[in-house]
Design a protein around this ligand. Structure first.
Ligand SMILES: *[C@@H]1O[C@H](CO)[C@@H](O)[C@H](O)[C@H]1NC(C)=O
Ligand SMILES: *[C@@H]1O[C@H](CO)[C@@H](O)[C@H](O)[C@H]1NC(C)=O
Ligand SMILES: *[C@@H]1O[C@H](CO)[C@@H](O)[C@H](O)[C@H]1NC(C)=O
Ligand SMILES: *[C@@H]1O[C@H](CO)[C@@H](O)[C@H](O)[C@H]1NC(C)=O
Ligand SMILES: *[C@@H]1O[C@H](CO)[C@@H](O)[C@H](O)[C@H]1NC(C)=O
Ligand SMILES: *[C@@H]1O[C@H](CO)[C@@H](O)[C@H](O)[C@H]1NC(C)=O
Ligand SMILES: *[C@@H]1O[C@H](CO)[C@@H](O)[C@H](O)[C@H]1NC(C)=O
Ligand SMILES: *[C@@H]1O[C@H](CO)[C@@H](O)[C@H](O)[C@H]1NC(C)=O
Length: 489
């Protein structure tokens, strides 16, 4: 096969403004949470408060720093006040009753009453007020119930993972109870109903949800589609999982796929895999590299501050489609035999390649993936794979994915296992899958000397990722993660 066979049509795009936002500065803080080594003991409330206050001291410093850098909103991570690994009983002293902000206006900083034991809410509200910032934080809620409610737990309270939002004068603006819980979050209850939680700011309407919620239709997709949301405040406790679910990789892909600004604040516990935070926006993957990724065990939390500028979408009709047309020409000479590659427990049908250019085609179920690429591959092994089925490891959801991933070493068995090493270069790629849904999340993750980076120089167009100007790092994963929510059950 000769290089001249390849046909890449470059840009001649007509750009049209179809959507814009006000610009604003925002911050997320990746927090190295302090929490007791022993989470099997039930502490008195005042000791639980001491634990949370240690973390709030750091929050307060970071809120000040964010405010000094002219951020107007800061998001703190899920579990940032008390850490992970609790039981229903041992988490109880950390929880507070959180009233419904819709039923009355309340400024906990100005007036802690009429609610008791709301120290955390008081401090968060004052932190917002002192720094003139919107603050979004995650905490624990205890909502009393009585036996007249047949679902009321035996300890007479519902326990929820809650996001709370305060305005720059300290007003309590919004409360969200996490709906999609991981199987190990037994300390919390799943709310009976989902409330779509929004709040208004002078720089746009925000929605909020947390962590695993981002994987499911509700509340995430409904919120974005039905409530005219352009920004998401997203506290998370996310385990970084290569090659497809690294935090910066998937969260930036979601922002792009759903056309929202995503303010993602993660815990910083690299020893347990939790890290990776950022400010992601719809046209590229992150604003000016505004993300934090450091998995070194010696690394600390970090504040990320950046400006969300008004953005434009490209009219979805331009000459780039021609490079897709080139894909639809019947693939000639596919020499490689399909093998099975396991990624996060999912068995992909894949073909292996070490070529510096080529045309690849692979199918599984009703999904076919095509790629046309050119680069310098140093004979490194890559796998091009398709998956169409139910993901069952850990969480359960229907997944369709087309992936082009770097294998961990030069053996087929290593494909699908995490790696951060590559010395290849990708100059052009057209990458397409015939997904059954419009919910496609494009992931382009590269590495430079073992450091993960997101790249912005690619295009998402009708289920396809097109790279036409060359990546500046070495590709680890060029993938499309797609969710057809209608087949989740
Ligand atoms: C606050 O505490 C007092 C005394 O401990 C109690 O009588 C009252 O019911 C509590 N109020 C709320 C809203 O929990
Ligand atoms: C949903 O909102 C309603 C009305 O504000 C409130 O009564 C209810 O407790 C909320 N439920 C949850 C799970 O947040
Ligand atoms: C969303 O925006 C559309 C068009 O601007 C408007 O008709 C609709 O009422 C808005 N919906 C909400 C929930 O604000
Ligand atoms: C990660 O943190 C460690 C420890 O602070 C530091 O030495 C290293 O340079 C950081 N790595 C990156 C990529 O920033
Ligand atoms: C992270 O927090 C833990 C617990 O407070 C502390 O022991 C550790 O030194 C912190 N890491 C850094 C880099 O400061
Ligand atoms: C890590 O960050 C915390 C909070 O800002 C700070 O108190 C601590 O000194 C930092 N640790 C190191 C090793 O710099
Ligand atoms: C795309 O462009 C072609 C040719 O310029 C035009 O015929 C077609 O109607 C356009 N399609 C859309 C969806 O705008
Ligand atoms: C995707 O393409 C393959 C091969 O052309 C076809 O068999 C399959 O039905 C297509 N899937 C969908 C959902 O259209």
């Amino acid at each position: 096969m000769k290089l001249t066979v390849m046909c890449f049509i470059l840009l001649g795009a007509s750009k049209t403004f179809v959507h814009s936002l006000d610009s604003y500065r925002a911050a997320v803080y990746e927090h190295n949470v302090t929490f007791p080594a022993d989470r099997t003991k039930i502490l008195p409330r005042d000791e639980a408060l001491q634990v949370m206050k240690k973390n709030l001291v750091v929050y307060s410093q970071q809120a000040k720093l964010a405010s000094d850098k002219e951020a107007r909103i800061i998001v703190f991570p899920e579990y940032g006040l008390f850490g992970l690994g609790w039981t229903r009983q041992t988490i109880a002293p950390y929880l507070e009753y959180i009233p419904d902000p819709k039923s009355q206006t309340w400024n906990p900083c100005d007036k802690p009453a009429p609610f008791n034991s709301t120290e955390i809410q008081h401090m968060l509200s004052c932190m917002a007020k002192d720094n003139s910032l919107y603050i979004v934080a995650n905490m624990g809620a205890r909502q009393p119930c009585t036996i007249s409610d047949p679902k009321c737990p035996i300890d007479h309270q519902y326990q929820y993972s809650a996001n709370v939002v305060y305005g720059p004068n300290g007003d309590f603006l919004a409360r969200y109870f996490k709906f999609n819980l991981y199987s190990d979050e037994k300390q919390f209850d799943k709310p009976e109903q989902i409330n779509l939680t929004t709040f208004e700011t002078p720089f746009g309407r925000f929605g909020t949800f947390s962590s695993l919620d981002i994987m499911y239709h509700d509340p995430a997709i409904t919120l974005i589609e039905k409530m005219n949301i352009t920004n998401i405040a997203y506290p998370t406790a996310w385990i970084d999982e290569l090659p497809l679910l690294s935090a910066i990789e998937f969260h930036s892909a979601f922002a792009e796929g759903m056309h929202v600004n995503l303010l993602a604040a993660n815990l910083h516990l690299p020893s347990a895999g939790y890290h990776g935070s950022g400010l992601y926006w719809p046209t590229g993957t992150s604003i000016d590299g505004m993300y934090y990724y450091n998995d070194s065990l010696a690394s600390n939390g970090s504040l990320v501050v950046g400006t969300f500028n008004p953005f434009i979408f490209l009219e979805s009709n331009d000459t780039r489609t021609k490079s897709l047309d080139a894909l639809s020409v019947k693939s000639e000479g596919i020499r490689n035999k399909a093998i099975t590659v396991k990624i996060n427990g999912d068995l992909f049908t894949a073909i292996l390649t070490r070529d510096s250019y080529g045309k690849l085609h692979v199918c599984q179920g009703s999904l076919c993936c095509d790629a046309l690429f050119e680069g310098e591959f140093s004979s490194e092994l890559y796998a091009f794979g398709a998956f169409d089925g139910i993901h069952t490891e850990g969480d359960r959801y229907y997944l369709q994915a087309c992936v082009f991933i770097k294998c961990a070493n030069n053996t087929p068995e290593s494909c699908g296992t995490p790696t951060k090493v590559s010395s290849s270069y990708m100059s052009k790629m057209s990458f397409y899958g015939n997904f059954t849904t419009k919910y496609v999340f494009p992931e382009v993750l590269v590495t430079e000397n073992g450091v993960l980076e997101l790249v912005t120089r690619y295009w998402l167009y009708q289920n396809a990722v097109i790279i036409d100007v060359g990546l500046y790092g070495s590709p680890l994963s060029i993938s499309i993660f797609s969710r057809d929510y209608s087949h989740d059950n």
